[in-house]
Design a binder for this molecule. Structure first.
Ligand code: SF4
Length: 316
């Protein structure tokens, strides 16, 4: 990667005391583990709108498409002040080359989904989106975005971080200028990552690459980038990983002895049944890929999608 991995984040998740009650929601995985690989761009829309800390608690009220941000006790409407700061921040983000965003769940400003929104009778429903989160997602629809609560799920965490690194590589390619040849190479090394998320979209992307000469490079890059990120947004599953592992095995199984082949199939079977994490069959496969010097597989991002120190595949 040629540029730092820059992620946006709700400021309270970094441990800054910006919450309405004067507290924070520090997330140790984000600050101490992922933070070693990331340059954070932190935002607290409410504090930046001048609402101070501590401040009166707020909630979303009204229509779920155009909710108002209103304090609970005094009924003060802060929608305009917060929307103004959101518009400024989003303009700045255009220049910052973010590769993803992590939001605080449940917040009327930052929550990505299922935020409580109250009707005129004071009854809540959980179909709101925080003001900042909505504006951000509308402006950057392809950027990986997650809530810190969902990142406690190992599968969602691995999916999100993999997407962030993929997006960073895509940004690097775009910045260096997308040629048809560079795009073919990019697609080739991401083939198994795509297959683990969406075999259907992988096929669509493959067809697009096959017809690359029919498109102008700029249009091709735009179309590819959109489909690429949409494909990665589909969740990778155990079944799809097993499919990928079997595909990879096809590249060198003839070179394995009967005992080694049975051992590797057994390890893949154990992973399929939930007896071992993904890292176990992958480690054995990497060993054979090195031993037999299978260049095409060795270069696959699937084998090293993010720093191994994050140990994300030890838990999925
Ligand atoms: S959730 Fe968002 S608005 Fe609320 S304290 Fe955290 S950063 Fe600020």
């Amino acid at each position: 990667m040629t540029a730092p991995l820059r992620l946006g984040i709700s400021r309270c998740l970094l441990g800054e005391e910006v919450r309405f009650d004067g507290g924070h929601k520090r997330d140790n995985f984000l600050t101490d583990v992922l933070g070693r690989y990331v340059e954070w761009v932190s935002v607290c829309p409410e504090v930046e709108a001048g609402l101070g800390t501590p401040r009166e608690a707020m909630r979303l009220v009204g229509d779920s498409h155009h909710p108002r941000l209103v304090t609970i006790k005094s009924g003060t409407d802060h929608t305009r002040a917060v929307e103004r700061i959101i518009a400024n921040r989003i303009r700045e983000f255009e220049e910052l080359d973010l590769s993803g965003y992590i939001l605080k769940k449940g917040s009327p400003s930052c929550g990505m989904e299922r935020v409580r929104i109250y009707n005129k009778h004071g009854m809540p429903s959980r179909n709101g989106v925080g003001l900042f989160a909505r504006a951000f997602i509308e402006q950057f629809p392809l950027l990986p975005v997650e809530e810190e609560g969902r990142l406690c799920d190992p599968t969602l965490r691995e999916n999100f971080i993999e997407r962030v690194f993929c997006y960073r590589r895509w940004q690097d390619l775009v910045q260096s200028g997308v040629t048809r040849q560079a795009l073919v190479q990019f697609h080739t090394i991401h083939k198994y990552v795509l297959l683990a998320h969406s075999p259907q979209q992988c096929e669509v992307l493959g067809r697009l690459i096959g017809q690359a000469h029919q498109h102008r490079p700029k249009e091709l890059a735009h179309r590819y980038g959109e489909l690429f990120m949409k494909a990665l947004a589909v969740k990778a599953t155990v079944r799809k990983h097993v499919n990928v592992l079997q595909h990879i095995l096809g590249y060198f199984k003839e070179r394995l002895g009967a005992r080694e082949k049975a051992e590797l199939l057994g390890v893949i079977g154990d992973y399929h049944q939930g007896l071992t994490p993904l890292i176990v069959p992958l480690t054995l496969i990497k060993h054979y890929v090195q031993t037999f010097e299978v260049g095409y597989i060795r270069d696959q991002i699937y084998l090293h999608p993010h720093p191994k120190e994050l140990m994300l595949r030890n838990h999925v």
